[in-house]
Design a protein around this ligand. Structure first.
Ligand code: PLP
Length: 398
């Protein structure tokens, strides 16, 4: 028996195969370009047959709950295992609740995306695949390029030409084939799908490849472990395509199914007012596109690729949603850096802006434990914060 199988988020059918599979074959037929894709697959395990404690699973890097056979298939880089910091005060105000920052900028290519790239790349390695393709707003592409370099695999990356220069530079430095598209992320996504269909390259596109969600869920296992096997009350997550947040839900859901935990944390989806296609549509019958324009490029998405799964999780586990403006994001960025020594890119710090909004509305209960998930390094996008600062003129060296 294979250790994992798939379940379609939309029609619920279960699929067991060891071949490459992306969307549910029945649901993908209905898909059209102006709607989020149906048929994203959730990867499931034979939970009740794994009779091990959390500590035992953790000791083996959670291999029992991953779709790969050997830990050695993963890149020889430290992916995940990122620090989580407890912060006791902000701007000289002592906090009467717990505030933790889970800093996923400290991944090999400086973003959360490495968690997904590592699992996709390891699966490819175990299945004799040597070329992986992806479309990206920048971070997924730079991540796949870096992970593939470590694994001696080839990467082909489609990115909008407007992506921050640091991200484009990373892709080329890691030796991937970079295709910049004079268009949006959504257009780059469609181009990469066409290339996959034509040439059969293995595709890492977020949500389209179900293992992206499996890679991302490992952050929840770590947060649970770092909280001494307790579940946080609230976790703030920045949301674009809705894969990171689905991964966070999925990780805790796996822990629930294993019987390690009894309740889910409240998971808060934070989007930018300028890119709000999950938060603004969640209670609507028909999905309408609010065209995206925001300083937070990594969460700037017109058609969220994991819309239906993210909405399903938010509704099932009483998740919450909040929107933040670009100026709130940039202000939060400065507050974060000043108070913690962590410098985060705008999309990443959107989660902290969401937290600050909750705090200003007195929605953070006393003694509660709150985690803000930080997803990318500030060095990836220096331009967007220049409006906040002035670099001093040089003084004469005398
Ligand atoms: C990709 C990304 C996100 C959003 O993740 P989704 O899965 O698209 O919702 C948030 N922050 C950063 C830095 C990212 O690169």
């Amino acid at each position: 028996m294979q250790k994992y199988y798939y379940q379609c988020v939309d029609c619920g059918q279960e699929i067991e195969t060891s071949e490459v599979v992306y969307l549910c074959p029945d649901c993908k037929i209905q898909n059209n370009q102006n709607q989020p894709p149906k048929g994203v697959l959730r990867t499931l395990y034979h939970y009740t047959k794994i009779s091990k404690s959390f500590k035992e699973i953790e000791k083996n890097d959670f291999l029992d709950l991953l779709p790969i056979s050997k830990i050695e298939s993963l890149p020889n880089l430290r992916v995940g295992k990122t620090p989580m910091y407890l912060i006791k005060n902000i701007d000289n105000e002592d906090l009467n609740f717990g505030l933790y920052f889970k800093d996923d900028a400290q991944n090999p290519t400086f973003s959360f995306k490495d968690r997904a790239s590592a699992i996709v790349s390891a699966w490819a390695k175990e299945n004799g695949i040597d070329t992986i393709i992806a479309a990206s707003t920048g971070n997924a592409g730079s991540s796949l390029a870096g992970i593939c370099a470590a694994q001696k695999q080839k990467a082909i990356i489609y990115v909008p030409s407007s992506a921050p220069k640091a991200k484009l530079t990373q892709i080329v430095m890691y030796g991937a084939k970079l295709i910049t598209v004079a268009g949006t992320y959504d257009q780059a996504f469609d181009m990469s799908l066409a290339a996959t269909e034509k040439h059969g390259f293995y595709n890492r596109n977020t949500a389209f490849n179900p293992f992206t969600i499996e890679g991302k869920k490992t952050v929840s296992f770590e947060m649970y472990s770092q909280m001494n096997e307790q579940v946080a009350d609230r976790i703030f997550v920045p949301v674009g395509d809705g894969v990171i947040i689905s991964g966070v839900f999925k990780g805790f859901e796996d822990l629930l199914k294993m019987g390690y935990i009894e309740k889910m944390p409240v998971i808060v989806a934070v989007q930018s007012e300028g890119s709000k296609n999950i938060v603004a549509n969640i209670h609507q019958k028909e999905f309408t596109i609010y065209p995206s324009k925001t300083v937070a490029d990594s969460i700037s998405v017109d058609i969220p690729r994991n819309y239906f799964m993210a909405v399903d999780y938010l509704k099932k586990y009483n998740g919450e949603t909040v929107l933040v403006s670009d100026s709130e994001i940039l202000q939060a960025s400065k507050t974060l850096s000043n108070n913690t020594g962590i410098f985060s890119e705008p999309a990443s710090v959107a989660s902290f802006a969401g937290f600050l909004k909750y705090k200003s509305e007195n929605r953070i209960p006393e003694k509660s434990k709150n985690i803000v998930l930080l997803t990318g390094s500030g060095l990836k996008d220096l331009n967007s914060v220049q409006c906040l600062i002035t670099l001093p003129d040089a003084v004469k060296p005398n």
